[in-house]
Design a protein around this ligand. Structure first.
Ligand code: GDG
Length: 732
């Protein structure tokens, strides 16, 4: 098992200052329980905010906190100031992402300042974790506060496996597209190798947004992006079953049980509701529905009680304090309207109970009423089911709660429909014992099996095997185990020919093409390779000759640009390698223009030797229907000409068939008797070159697409490692 680093906004340990000095309290949340065994094992670590603003701390206190957390709790603190917390946590996380992702578009605040703080704090997390990453590390990032972090880590540590789990819903594309920084958030998350959600709906929504906003296709829940394989899947979070189902006999628990039993008496049945204070939880609608139950079915007056437990949360934020006030008013309205001298319909607790006391409530509730307007999963309902080992009670749950997708057997309602919730309550209260037992048997077993530990294990195992699995199922041998042979052949050779593609092979893909400029290390590497007189090195790319010429100016390397149209040999000027007859463009271009008019978003680009039809900006479902039509029409027009249609990434190109990277082989192979030939490329266009090389050449495909190459490497980082190893072996 690799070393695992967990990263979440809050650490599972909170630091507070008391008169006695700094104190450390472990929190026992679901997440901490699920990850506990991995965190405690070997060299597991947890990175996050320790809950105390950095403004209140001296440098020596920070040092002390850092040391204590790492030595005693295996935690690494990220120190945040009050301003960071206000803007990144209360601001962008909770006033922008939280409401929008829960479909509260009218409560979503867009504020640039908060966004900048969000970027900055994600960067602070990156800096905090950076020092702890080595080649063995796996990383699991949690939740909506850290959506930029996976990419920040991946950009620095390409080889590190990164998982991301979103605990809240991922909204449908029509909602997500409203986000001002939608592209940055998606790209941030896509730095991961595995992305997990609670339900299949959230997976669908995420895939639809990456497709429509970034133009990334997906197949079997897999996205291929920047030479990487990204898995997107469902991991419904569970609860600590043993904890909630255990027999308890503590004085606190017994006292709580007694209080509940005394209060209810023999003939009052309990409807229970437990949430953090949040407008997404539908608490107001729930109280109204309970009022409607009493109005519609007056026989319940004096016979039921709603125990409404609301745990304080984010009360510093005005929306939340307003919500509390509205809840208080609604509670008094129902109590005022339906209460009797000896019976109060709603008991409202605005307080946080110890977890054992919650279990006492769970075990006495005839109905658990869980009706969030939106909720990523909702653990309360699973805790209730786990606690009811007697298989009694019943759940009324809204369909917009993630957990509802696993609890189809229970009473499911629409959280906006007050009448339906009242009727749902009536159904649950009147359901025969035997029917409840049958349902509870099934759902109890499910909760018992899919616990929070199981959830964590499933996620981590999937993360560990993601890429390896995919590499096992494709053709072409992984080169890495064979590198020794390759090095030997390289060393023994006197005349070597080396073809190197550029984008995706020597450098990673960049969102802005100009950013793919060669870095210093790459230029040094190429210089060293060409300085060896045994080597003929050819950089062969689809890029235009101006760009390539400028980037490699002053280096004596052979350059082939525009897929073979232009050649620049060591020290000479550019020369055109093919005599072009472009007359065909006059008939094809109008046809492409006509299709472009019918596919809003598409563009036709004219190049030296080709016409390109780009459809990245088109509606994907339109592309599905129309593209085949374009190909068919063009295909029949070019049938008798020396032209071909090449499919690229969201583009088809109609081009002179004699221009392709195979020209590189035609030019250089006849020039000498090479005893070592190697060609490396990641693109479809590199296949023409691979095909023309002798059988004993090393043809190396970068990435996972189909290929005729003999070998594969995973990424441009592996290519650099390989070239470096060849250079060094030669020196040794
Ligand atoms: C987010 C997502 C997703 C409640 N009152 C008290 C108390 N609780 C505990 C419950 C439960 C937890 O708080 C609430 O968890 P939920 O899942 O219901 O909701 P969020 O806090 O909004 O969590 C949610 C979750 O992340 C996990 O991915 O399910 O959809 O919004 O464990 O027992 N705990 C104590 N006293 C209380 O009074 N000690």
């Amino acid at each position: 098992m690799n070393k695992i680093i967990f990263i979440s906004n809050r650490l599972p340990v909170t630091v507070t200052r008391t008169e006695q000095g700094l104190e450390y309290h472990k929190s026992i949340g679901g997440l901490a329980t699920g990850l506990k065994s991995y965190h405690e094992k070997g060299d597991g670590l947890w990175v996050g905010w320790p809950g105390i603003p950095a403004d209140d701390l001296t440098d020596s206190e920070k040092k002390e906190i850092k040391e204590t957390l790492i030595n005693e709790y295996k935690c690494v603190p990220v120190f945040l100031t009050q301003e960071d917390i206000d803007k990144y946590y209360y601001g962008f996380s909770n006033e922008t992402i939280w409401p929008l992702f829960h479909y509260f578009t009218n409560m979503t605040v867009y504020n640039r300042d908060n966004w900048e703080a969000y970027v900055k704090v994600n960067q602070l997390f990156m800096e905090a974790v950076n020092a702890y990453i080595d080649s063995e590390t796996m990383i699991w990032v949690h939740d909506y506060q850290l959506m930029l972090l996976p990419k920040m880590i991946k950009d620095e540590h390409y080889e590190t496996k990164i998982g991301f789990f979103l605990h809240i819903p991922f909204p449908s594309f029509e909602i997500f597209r409203l986000m001002i920084t939608r592209q940055e958030l998606l790209e941030g998350v896509l730095g991961s190798d595995l992305i997990g959600f609670h339900t299949f709906d959230y997976v669908r929504h995420f895939l639809s947004s990456t497709r429509r906003i970034l133009g990334l296709e997906n197949e079997m829940n897999t996205i291929y992006h920047e030479e990487r394989v990204i898995k997107v899947d469902v991991f419904p979070m569970g609860v600590d079953y043993d904890w909630f189902s255990r027999k308890i006999d503590s004085p606190e628990y017994n006292a709580q049980v007694k209080e509940i039993e005394d209060n209810l008496g023999d003939d009052v049945r309990m409807i229970l509701s437990i949430d953090r204070l949040d407008y997404t939880k539908g608490i107001k609608e729930r109280i109204k529905s309970y009022g409607r139950l009493l109005e519609k079915y007056p026989e319940y007056i004096g016979k039921v009680r709603l125990n409404l437990i609301v745990a304080p949360s984010r009360v510093e934020v005005k929306t939340y304090s307003d919500l509390l006030h509205e809840i208080e008013i609604l509670v008094s309205e129902v109590n005022g309207k339906y209460g009797t001298f000896s019976w109060m319909p709603v008991w409202f607790y605005f307080q946080s109970f110890p977890q054992e006391n919650l279990i006492a409530f769970y075990r006495h509730a005839d109905v658990l009423l869980v009706t969030p307007l939106r909720d990523g999963m909702n653990l309360v309902v699973k805790e209730y089911i786990a606690a009811r080992t007697d298989l009694k009670g019943m759940v009324v749950i809204s369909e917009t709660t993630g957990a509802a997708s696993e609890l189809g057997e229970t009473v499911i309602v629409n959280s906006n429909d007050i009448n339906a919730i009242a009727d749902g309550l009536h159904t649950a209260l009147e359901m025969p014992e035997s029917e409840k037992m049958d349902i509870n048997k099934v759902i109890h077993k499910r909760v018992q099996r899919y616990t929070v530990e199981f959830w964590a294990e499933h996620f981590i195992e999937t993360l560990q095997s993601t890429e390896d699995e995919i590499f096992k199922t494709i053709s072409g041998v992984n080169l890495l185990p064979k590198v020794k042979d390759l090095k030997k052949d390289y060393l023994n050779a006197d005349k070597r020919l080396i073809f190197l593609d550029y984008d995706g092979t020597l450098v990673g893909f960049k969102s802005i093409p100009i950013k793919a400029k060669p870095d210093k290390a790459l230029l040094e590497m190429i210089k060293t390779l060409v300085a060896d007189e045994k080597n003929t090195v050819v950089i062969i790319s689809g890029r235009d000759h101006y760009t390539l010429g400028e980037w490699f100016d002053g280096i004596n390397v052979n350059l082939i640009a525009s897929h073979g149209l232009w050649l620049k040999e060591n020290g000479y000027e550019w020369s055109l390698k093919v005599n072009m007859d472009n007359a065909w463009k006059e008939t094809i271009a109008p046809m492409l223009d006509m299709f472009s008019d019918r596919m809003p978003g598409s563009i036709v680009e004219e190049k030296d030797y080709s016409l390109a039809f780009h459809y990245r900006q088109c509606e994907p479902s339109l592309v599905e229907i129309k593209l085949a039509e374009v190909k068919e029409a063009i295909g029949s027009m070019i049938a008798s000409k020396n032209l071909e249609i090449k499919a690229g990434n969201k583009v088809i190109e109609i081009k002179d068939a004699s221009i392709n990277k195979g020209l590189g082989a035609d030019i250089f192979l006849p020039r000498g008797s090479y005893d070592f030939i190697m060609s490396i490329g990641d693109d479809k266009t590199d296949e023409d070159l691979f095909e023309r090389l002798p059988e004993d050449a090393y043809s190396i495909k970068v990435g996972i697409d189909d290929t005729v190459a003999n070998y594969r490497l995973k990424s441009h980082t592996d290519v650099r490692k390989l070239l470096k190893a060849l250079i060094e072996s030669d020196k040794a």
